[in-house]
Design a binder for this molecule. Structure first.
Ligand SMILES: NC(=O)c1ccc[n+]([C@@H]2O[C@H](COP(=O)([O-])OP(=O)(O)OC[C@H]3O[C@@H](n4cnc5c(N)ncnc54)[C@H](OP(=O)(O)O)[C@@H]3O)[C@@H](O)[C@H]2O)c1
Length: 399
């Protein structure tokens, strides 16, 4: 029986993880959960899974959850809150496996502490690898524990890498659906609405990653994630637009052989792979191979989607650059979702914030969080500046 803690249990990946656990009750037990602000979902999950401990982001929500659990006769579930609460979930003594699926840098400290506590960690939260991947992977090596990618592309690469030795890898091909604006002219980007940007063609995900997919920043983050997880230089990570999202990624070996992984577009599959690694177990997620007709590929257009270029530049420069890349993106995406800036202004804010950051090496998670706060402040000022300069008509209603 594997005992699981989930960071971000109320989100898209968190719920998919619980759905996998539900399908294999004889294999998985949920021992700890961490949510953000969705009190209703947290209550339902606590009632269904009876974890030892559950965390909420804010104290008033924790108080509310505790009261509801008491009313429901579930006082034995410990309720904690805040960053310390999330760390408590991540390091719970009964958990063997931690799923890191909080969105953004909010999940960084707990993910790092889980690794440091010797847990096997399944990583969905790519932002923590973008901001502090070198520190996290170094700690995992020290602990002798694997970091198992849940992100579908890296999960695919992980599977393909089982076909050869690292020294035999020529390059990694990360596939990208291209997002909803693959065929939209750049001249129309300033009028893209939130609703249009949230309409991803192949995946159903949380809002941040969906917008990041539309700007291709998500793919940029994945390039950095791949560098960190697989210890590869950025020059050996290539992005290929593949609108069908059938092939989740590929590994090319020195002899010219290319291994590709394909499967249904369902995150429960990479989650199941990570939870059961190095085993594979039976599932009902079948890909209808005989229905397969087209596999299209094309290079990404970095002029139209500058976020991808920014990610390559940031990882080459290193240090606080990738921290700033993530922090500025987090601020810019939130501003876009709130209707404060246009879609085309997202990369501009990120580029300015990254160029204002430095490339010195960050030696600790504390330093990473300081650099993150600084870049966030800078990006916030840029957003405010845009709002002052242009009384822009809002492109959309708020979602
Ligand atoms: N969805 C996918 O298919 C997919 C694929 C690959 C990688 N990923 C990565 O996985 C991560 C999660 O993505 P998602 O799509 O599942 O996002 P999501 O649906 O937006 O869920 C985010 C989760 O984080 C929690 N959270 C937010 N702020 C928090 C805080 N301060 N403290 C504690 N918890 C907090 C949210 O809690 P509340 O809802 O309770 O507020 C929610 O449980 C992201 O890093 C994303 O890039 C996702």
């Amino acid at each position: 029986m594997k005992r699981i803690a989930i960071l971000g249990s109320t989100g898209s990946i968190g719920r998919s993880t619980l759905s996998v656990a539900e399908s294999y009750p004889e294999r998985f037990r949920i021992v700890a959960l961490a949510a953000g602000g969705n009190l209703e979902a947290a209550f339902e999950q606590a009632r269904r899974w009876r974890p030892r401990v559950i965390s909420m982001a804010a104290e008033p929500d924790a108080d509310g959850l505790r009261a509801r659990l008491r009313q429901a006769g579930l006082s034995e579930v410990e309720v904690v809150y805040g960053a310390a609460g999330t760390v408590k979930v991540a390091t719970h003594s009964e958990a063997d496996f931690v799923v890191s699926a909080i969105v953004g840098v909010a999940g960084l400290e707990a993910t790092y502490e889980a690794v440091k506590a010797g847990k096997t960690v399944g990583v969905a939260n790519k932002e923590c690898l973008v901001a502090a991947g070198e520190l996290i992977t170094a700690e995992a090596r020290k602990q002798g524990k694997p970091l198992l990618p849940i992100d579908s592309e890296h999960n695919a690469v992980h599977q393909c890498l089982r076909g050869g030795r690292m020294a035999e890898v020529e390059r990694i091909w990360l596939t990208a659906s291209g997002g909803p604006f693959l065929n939209t002219p750049r001249s129309e980007f300033s009028s893209i609405t939130v609703e249009q940007a949230l309409n991803h063609p192949t995946w159903k995900m949380g809002k941040r990653i969906t917008i990041d997919s539309a700007t291709l920043m998500n793919k940029g983050f994945e390039v950095i994630e791949a560098c960190r997880l697989f210890h590869m230089p950025p020059a050996k990570i290539e992005v290929l637009v593949h609108p069908q999202s059938t092939i989740h990624s590929m590994v090319e070996f020195v002899d010219g052989s290319i291994l590709a992984q394909f499967s249904v577009t369902d995150m429960r599959l990479p989650i199941l792979y990570a939870l059961t690694y190095p085993e594979r177990i039976q599932s009902d997620m079948r890909f209808p191979v005989s229905n397969l007709r087209h596999l299209d590929f094309s290079p990404p257009d970095v002029n139209k989607f500058p976020c991808l270029r920014l990610a390559y530049e940031a990882v080459e420069a290193g240090g606080a650059k990738t921290v700033a890349l993530n922090a500025a993106d987090e601020v810019a995406v939130a501003a876009f979702l709130a209707g404060s800036i246009g879609f085309d202004q997202i990369p501009r804010i990120i580029e300015e914030a990254v160029s204002a950051s430095n490339s010195g090496k960050l030696e600790s998670i504390g330093k990473v969080l300081e650099a993150d706060a600084e870049a966030r402040r800078y990006a916030q000022e840029l957003v405010l500046g845009i709002n002052k300069k242009i009384a822009r008509p809002r492109a959309t209603s708020v979602v």
